[in-house]
Design a protein around this ligand. Sequence first.
Ligand SMILES: [Zn+2]
Length: 164
Amino acid sequence: MEPVTVLDRGLLFPPEWLSLREETELLVLHHTGGAAGEDPSAAEIDAIHRGLRWAGVGYHYLIRKDGRIEKGRPAAAIGAHVEGANIWSVGVALCGNFCEEEPTAAQIESCAMLLSVLSSSFRVPLDVEHVVGHRDLAATACPGDALYTRIAEIIGKANWYHEQ
Ligand SMILES: [Zn+2]
């Protein structure tokens, strides 16, 4: 498998803020929402979420428009990205509002590569039962039609990367 580069921007999470997941069943895809064209960094989302008095950025990974993958909340910790399912899921957010714009080709590829790694790390199958959109679990438009309709394609690519 190709190595996947995850940029660590040095966000600090006091250990007492976080709890470790006991199990991981789902990989959940999100968009960051907001205005079309926005490409927020993990640090920017972290500042917003801390402003809500959350334990830092709620997503485990951010995928920027140029395909760079940024580390969010530590991958083994319980995130804050999907009400009712945080305790058994990893949250991956692609930057943009896919109700209004398309994910970039670089984001799609990086997402597939990251999912293949997460599948190995957390022993989560790469199929539509286990790789889902936020809207599959809650009443939300997230991750937007333009990403949601590509999840099967992303899973296919992730399986390809997984076999390399
Ligand atoms: Zn979401």
